[in-house]
Design a protein around this ligand. Structure first.
Ligand SMILES: C[S@@+](CC[C@H](N)C(=O)[O-])C[C@H]1O[C@@H](n2cnc3c(N)ncnc32)[C@H](O)[C@@H]1O
Length: 221
């Protein structure tokens, strides 16, 4: 493909390996939040890009953002194959990144992940925040999309059912308590500064360095 102008990226994405319908459903609301949080010229690292649908959609909409996708394990090869079909000058070649050995070179203005915390084991929460701390600029944001529990409670019965299904697939999977993320973040000087309710019982969390965060923020309020 010679230029993104000649590509219908919706059609290209629909043919992606590991295509995820949920990513198609939530990509517009995620874009709206990222548009608000990012600045022209920002470099963004995505963790657990999956099929790459979010990467393609947001990079196409926000041409002044440099998007660095990444993934691990079996998802990495399909992400590479999917993004090889796309020509977007602000979308980089995927990097191999497993949070268990978070060793990405460079500093990013934003780190983003969608639906990763309930898939990776809970004992990777701390390595995740440690890696984000090393990769994030001083004024950077760590944006996390997905479902969470509050005070040990699911926000909805459907999230509880989803949690049961996740565990039936892989024992280490499960919807995390937001308090676990807040505690993990605090070890590396990061604070939850926004907790935005999103459609389909999800949240969009924004972590910032303590020095950049508003005081007295109450999660879920
Ligand atoms: C449910 S998929 C979400 C994919 C995509 N972000 C989306 O929302 O459609 C979960 C993703 O988390 C990634 N993941 C799981 N464990 C990980 C780890 N230890 N390090 C990095 N990514 C991981 C998987 O490879 C997969 O891409």
């Amino acid at each position: 493909m010679s230029s993104s102008v000649s590509q219908n990226l919706n059609e290209v994405s629909a043919g992606f390996k590991r295509y995820n319908r949920a990513a198609d459903n939530n990509k517009a609301v995620i874009l709206k939040q990222l548009q608000r949080l990012l600045n022209d010229g920002d470099r963004l690292l995505e963790i657990g890009s999956g099929s790459g649908q979010h990467a393609v959609y947001v990079a196409d909409a926000l041409k002044k953002i440099q998007w660095q996708p990444s993934d691990r394990g079996p998802y990495f090869a399909s992400l590479q194959a999917n993004l090889a079909q796309v020509t977007l000058s602000n979308l980089a070649t995927p990097l191999y990144l497993d949070v268990s050995s978070f060793d990405i070179p460079g500093i990013f203005d934003a780190v983003f992940c969608a639906n990763v915390f309930h898939i990776m084991p809970a004992d990777l929460i701390e390595p995740m925040f440690s890696g984000v701390d090393r990769s994030l600029s001083d004024a950077g944001v760590f944006v996390v999309y997905g479902p969470f529990k509050y005070g040990g409670e699911f926000t909805t019965a459907s999230n509880e059912q989803f949690d049961g299904w996740l565990k039936s697939q892989e024992a280490h999977q499960g919807i995390r308590d937001i308090e676990m993320l807040i505690a993990g973040a605090a070890k590396f000087g990061l604070t939850l500064s926004e907790d935005n309710p999103m459609p389909a019982n999800n949240q969009l969390l924004v972590f910032r360095r303590q020095s950049q965060s508003l005081e007295n923020f109450v999660p879920g309020a």
